[in-house]
Design a protein around this ligand. Structure first.
Ligand SMILES: *[C@@H]1O[C@H](CO)[C@@H](O)[C@H](O)[C@H]1NC(C)=O
Ligand SMILES: *[C@@H]1O[C@H](CO)[C@@H](O)[C@H](O)[C@H]1NC(C)=O
Ligand SMILES: *[C@@H]1O[C@H](CO)[C@@H](O)[C@H](O)[C@H]1NC(C)=O
Length: 401
């Protein structure tokens, strides 16, 4: 029903808004959408995403007609929210994640002694025919544990951790650190091992590195000088503590819409990450809040969180994952949010860039469009940031619904 509503907006929007209101560049000035009648079951952030989808296509077809012949609205991949997947599509995805977790790792043993599986190329090696789903934070902000992605059913990515199995008497998770919290997230109803849904026997092998869960055994590799810290084998259960306290405050529709209205990339970037003085003024930002909506171990660990199938990334290549925002349920929505912000004003924003080459290290070099990225052992080859900026203009060819 939500998908139908969004598609409805996409189909209606050009007639309702675009024709009389377009700029000289012919794409939607989203400020007109502020006057659109509010409807209780349409999220304002989804309305902006629908406008972004239209703008991106108009912009591409006008500014880049050669590329538009190759990648256009008829052959682009459309990524959808998990809740919009059919039961059999959900089962196919789950089966592929389970399959890949049983394949041997690609990273050599000496580079990652704890790597136990491959857990990456779903389509190539596990026969998955669909595309990466995302989780639409604001849709489920008031009760994430009831979302189809986290409800513990056979078609979810697993449910909450057990409530009676908390490993410590710790009463809160501290942001940015347990020792010096600016925000204290209280325990949710979980905290222990996940025992419902298709990933109840999931094993976490790597980390912890910076976990908020105080009782997890330390990783056997603690040497920060040889690049192996956190990469020793430390097999344990998957823990979660789903937190509506977090999601209802920092990933609701009003917060996401405010982020999407950021006037420039610097504002957008900082607001996504918890503000310029990170986490002060009791502001978590959608990125961190998305992690702590699921929490637990390794969900609350910024470095090894991809070991939870919720975040879905190659557990065998944790070092370089920061460059890859195009995967994951949560990071899929991060990508969709960035894509929406870009395409609300594509001419000025598609190539807007801010920040250094290492997240949270302001002394590192500023990233530029000509820098290249790679995924280490997980995927061959490099790509420049410039080629990765647009989901339609570079080697990717996808959009969002
Ligand atoms: C969109 O419209 C607003 C208000 O009419 C105007 O201030 C703004 O400059 C416009 N933006 C673009 C990108 O045309
Ligand atoms: C938690 O607190 C209870 C009551 O104070 C105590 O009996 C128990 O040993 C504590 N458990 C841990 C793991 O510290
Ligand atoms: C990086 O960019 C910021 C502005 O975006 C600038 O203030 C800063 O000096 C730059 N740093 C370096 C090392 O060039």
């Amino acid at each position: 029903m939500r998908t139908a509503a969004v598609v409805g907006v996409i189909l209606l929007a050009p007639a309702t808004f675009a024709a009389p209101q377009t700029t000289s560049e012919e794409y939607l000035n989203y400020s007109v959408l502020d006057t659109a009648p509010a409807s209780s079951n349409v999220l304002q952030s989804d309305v902006l995403a629908a406008a972004a989808a239209i703008n991106q296509q108009i912009y591409q077809s006008i500014t880049n007609p050669t590329q538009w012949k190759k990648c256009n609205r008829n052959n682009a991949i459309y990524r959808r929210e998990w809740a919009a997947f059919s039961t059999s599509e959900k089962k196919d995805y789950i089966k592929a994640v389970q399959c890949i977790s049983k394949l041997p790792p690609k990273t050599p043993k000496e580079k990652c002694p704890g790597c136990q599986n491959r857990y990456d190329t779903l389509r190539k090696e596990c026969g998955y025919k669909g595309y990466q789903p995302y989780y639409n934070w604001p849709r489920w902000a008031s009760n994430p544990a009831a979302s189809p992605a986290l409800d513990g059913s056979a078609t979810s990515m697993g449910g909450n951790g057990l409530g009676g199995d908390r490993c410590t008497n710790q009463t809160f998770y501290g942001i940015p650190t347990q020792a010096q919290p600016l925000i204290e997230i209280p325990h949710g109803a979980g905290g222990g091992c996940v025992n419902s849904g298709p990933f109840s026997d999931w094993k976490v092998n790597l980390g912890p590195v910076f976990t908020d869960v105080t009782c997890v055994a330390p990783n056997p590799e603690q040497d920060y000088t040889n690049g192996l810290a956190g990469l020793g084998q430390n097999t344990r259960c998957l823990r979660r503590d789903i937190s509506s306290w977090t999601s209802s405050q920092w990933t609701n529709d009003q917060q996401v819409t405010q982020l999407l209205k950021s006037k420039d990339i610097k504002t957008f970037w900082y607001d996504m990450q918890g503000g310029e003085n990170a986490f002060s003024n009791n502001f978590m930002g959608v990125h961190t809040a998305g992690h702590f909506t699921v929490g637990g171990d390794p969900g609350s660990d910024f470095v090894s969180s991809p070991g939870d199938p919720w975040y879905f990334y190659t557990a065998s290549t944790p070092v370089t994952y920061a460059n890859s925002h195009r995967f994951f349920f949560h990071h899929g929505q991060i990508d969709r949010t960035w894509w929406t912000w870009q395409n609300l004003d594509p001419k000025n924003r598609v190539n807007a860039i801010y920040g250094t080459v290492f997240l949270a290290d302001p002394t590192a070099a500023n990233a530029t469009l000509d820098d290249s990225m790679n995924l280490g052992y997980a995927y061959p080859g490099t790509i420049t940031i410039r080629d990765a900026m647009s989901t339609l203009a570079g080697p990717f060819c996808y959009s969002y619904i």
